[in-house]
Write a protein that binds this ligand. Structure first.
Ligand code: BGC
Length: 366
């Protein structure tokens, strides 16, 4: 290429390629006196804020079909909101074990472990003080932020020192979440992000009219305590069949035992797809035109229709969050896997590295 040609090509590249920009600011002090930061990552027309307190996603600003932006995740206006959080886990990374372990008890290598229970006699999202309550160490990247938490051997009853990393990066309209972890003793883990989405914008009302496709032929029904029974029935002919896009609210009041137990959807879906990246779900808000595609390497996704939002949490826009004001798509291994040898294993051994990726891509329907 001639010199002029090269310069023209470079100018074209500069004009067309948009790179993420990352800034950070002091956001206060965590429960243990550690400094908390708020990171802002922007790429093109998507802006995401993330804090190292509990590795929460605080906000995601995405445009609608007219280009109007709204924050499409539920969140609080400041750190105090996150510190006061009781049970919603808005935007947190939950761990060491996301979702439930029956009675908080499991056996590993012949030894029985007890996790403190915090949900109807079961352990939820890692026990009474999970990873969502910790100040993670953080490192700014060119296109995002990397957060690290070292969970001590015996913390919340789990064996082994676990070093967990969560990398949030933006690439155009895709937010990549890469999890990795190592341990010094055999342990179990299940890390996921607990964002509640509302594609109409947080505080804009319920999500029942948003249409969802879940790429799952089977799901894991639960008992009265929301613990999987171990069965993996087909979704065919049930309100759990989301293979074709269906409004979240279309069958949520159906006379179905599983929906009644959970007060709506709060179930793990067994994803079609192997260990490589596969589409877990696609959601479209017919009103705003905003879309969300969730891609993951995980075998399951917890589709939770915000059934337990009870108005006790006031959102960033000043409105209390009530039932069905947001939905979660928590990519994960199945709940209570340590007690279900037939489920994909959640065990990690010294020398192994757990790696998992989930991508949230935001778009606009034609
Ligand atoms: C669980 C729900 C729970 C919610 C908030 C979800 O992952 O499946 O049952 O209410 O988290 O804690």
């Amino acid at each position: 290429m001639t010199k002029i040609g090269t310069l023209a090509a470079l100018a074209l590249l500069a004009a067309t390629s948009v790179h993420a920009a990352v800034t950070s600011k002091d956001w206060g002090t965590g429960p243990d006196g550690k400094a908390v930061e708020l990171y802002t990552v922007t790429d093109g027309d998507l802006t995401v804020t993330i804090t190292n307190f509990g590795a929460h996603i605080v906000s995601i600003e995405a445009p609608d079909r007219a280009g109007k932006k709204a924050d499409v995740v539920l969140g609080y206006k400041d750190l105090d909101g996150y510190l006061a959080e009781k049970k919603a886990y808005l935007g947190a990374v939950v761990g060491r074990y996301g979702n439930r372990i029956a009675k908080g008890v499991f056996t590993l290598d012949g030894k029985t472990y007890q996790i403190p229970t915090n949900n109807n006699g079961n352990a939820l999202h890692g026990g009474t003080v999970g990873f969502d309550r910790k100040v993670w160490s953080s490192k700014t990247l060119a296109d995002g932020v990397e957060l690290t938490y070292v969970s001590a051997d015996g913390e919340m009853g789990f064996p082994g020192t676990l070093t967990a990393h969560v990398k949030y990066t933006l690439e155009g309209r895709s937010l990549h979440i890469e999890y990795s972890a190592t341990t010094d003793k055999d342990t179990v883990l299940n890390l996921t992000n607990h964002s509640y989405f509302n594609l109409g914008g947080e505080g804009s009302g319920d999500i029942l009219g948003e249409k969802i496709m879940i790429n799952a032929d089977r799901y894991t029904p639960v008992d009265a305590g929301l613990i999987p029974t171990g069965k993996l029935p087909s979704v065919k002919g049930t309100p759990f069949d989301f293979l074709k896009p269906t409004a979240i609210g279309a069958r949520i009041e159906a006379n179905d035992e599983q929906l009644k137990i959970a007060g709506g959807y709060d179930h793990n879906f067994v994803l079609n797809g192997g260990k490589e990246l596969h589409v877990a779900a696609k959601v479209e808000d017919p009103k705003s035109g905003r879309t969300l595609t969730v891609t993951t390497t995980e075998p399951g996704v917890q589709f939770y229709s915000g059934n337990f939002l009870d108005g006790s949490a006031t959102g960033v826009g000043g409105k209390p969050y009530v039932k069905h004001d947001g939905f979660c798509l928590e990519t994960q291994h199945f709940p209570d896997s340590p007690n279900h040898p037939a489920f994909p294993s959640t065990e990690l051994k010294p020398g192994q590295v757990m790696r998992s990726t989930t991508i949230f891509t935001f778009g606009v329907a034609k």
